[in-house]
Design a protein around this ligand. Structure first.
Ligand SMILES: [Fe+2]
Ligand SMILES: [Fe+2]
Length: 319
């Protein structure tokens, strides 16, 4: 059973407990000796670990450890670059008799995946335009298995179990309100754009069933989910008889949703639903980072600097 969590580890202490392997590698140090470099985590956060001077049979053992494995670690908690780091003494993988609950290790979206999927599905069914509705239902139904656990990112916002569903659900909630305020927006188009904008993240990243991304796929690195999304929509023109005009609108929303060329968008939004999609996407990512970064901060004090928010330190108000 797991007893200590990453967020409670303090420099100078010791820990013997179970962690989920997020990344695992044997490296060679400047002194020519091999060491083991591992990123460990549980539902409260991640911590990096090192095992120095590994050789012989131990190297084989350690190189057999994969992302997604559960390992028991005995380590001293040291500090490196202002962050706690584990200096690993002993490490072993899980045996059959080790009773462990996966939920202890995975940071997950706060709602059950099936319920979030049902919410997305309901919104897709509510789209009045028959073609847009069909595109959305097609993509949801054909990708349901992976949607139930996929994160929305490898490291940044929503890099959690079922994070992609959580991201899209909250954007759909925003789209609903957004259309009440800006009544000239086409709600069907905005809803469809939200539902499909990140669908190719499923093929851009390789994630296991714990929602942990091990790597970007080759296509993901070469094309990215914006261009891959265009290709998917294009295919549906023939497959389900989507009109060229509507395909183009969805494709434009996909390629412009990152807004800037340096973030992968070759075009900026050319119609209001695409502009709204971008800002809702952005707002959801930012709000996630704020909430996440302030979660463990005491009222009246600042967080550590947050890389994804331009290195800002965030303030937790006492209100
Ligand atoms: Fe995206
Ligand atoms: Fe997104």
């Amino acid at each position: 059973m797991k007893q200590t969590y990453v967020k409670d580890l303090y420099t100078g202490g010791e820990v013997t407990d179970w962690f989920l392997v997020k990344r695992s590698e044997i490296k060679t140090g400047a002194n020519g000796k091999q060491y083991y470099d591992v990123l460990l985590g549980d539902k409260t956060g991640d911590i990096s670990g090192k095992k120095w001077d590994v050789e012989g049979a131990e190297t084989d053992l350690l190189s057999g450890i994969r992302a997604g494995d559960l390992v028991k670690v005995k380590a001293q908690i040291t500090e490196w670059n202002g962050q706690p780091q584990l200096r690993i003494g002993r490490i072993r993988t899980r045996k059959e008799e080790d009773a462990l609950e996966m939920a202890e290790f995975i940071k997950a979206a706060p709602e059950p995946p099936e319920a979030m999927f049902a919410y997305l599905h309901g919104k897709a069914e509510g789209i009045g335009d028959a073609e847009l509705r069909e595109v959305c239902l097609y993509l949801l139904n054909n990708n349901k298995d992976r949607l139930l656990y996929y994160p929305a990112a490898k490291a940044n916002h929503h890099a959690i179990y079922a994070g992609l569903l959580w991201h899209v659900k909250r954007m759909l909630m925003m789209a609903e309100r957004c259309c009440e305020v800006y009544t000239f927006l086409n709600k069907d188009l905005l809803t469809a754009g939200v539902l499909v904008h990140d669908i190719e993240k499923l093929n851009e990243m390789q994630a296991d069933e714990t929602g942990v991304v091990s790597e970007y796929t080759v296509e993901g690195q070469m094309l990215g989910h914006l261009v891959m999304g265009v290709r998917t929509i294009d295919r549906l023109v023939d497959e389900i008889g989507l009109s060229r005009e509507k395909a183009m609108l969805l494709e434009h929303m996909m390629i412009s949703h990152h807004y800037e060329p340096e973030f992968g968008s070759p075009k900026k939004p050319a119609f209001p639903e695409a502009e709204a999609l971008h800002y809702m996407d952005m707002l959801d990512a930012k709000m996630y980072d704020f909430e996440d970064s302030l979660a463990g901060v005491a009222p009246g004090s600042f967080s550590d600097w947050v890389r994804t928010l331009d290195g800002r330190r965030l303030y937790k108000s006492t209100l």
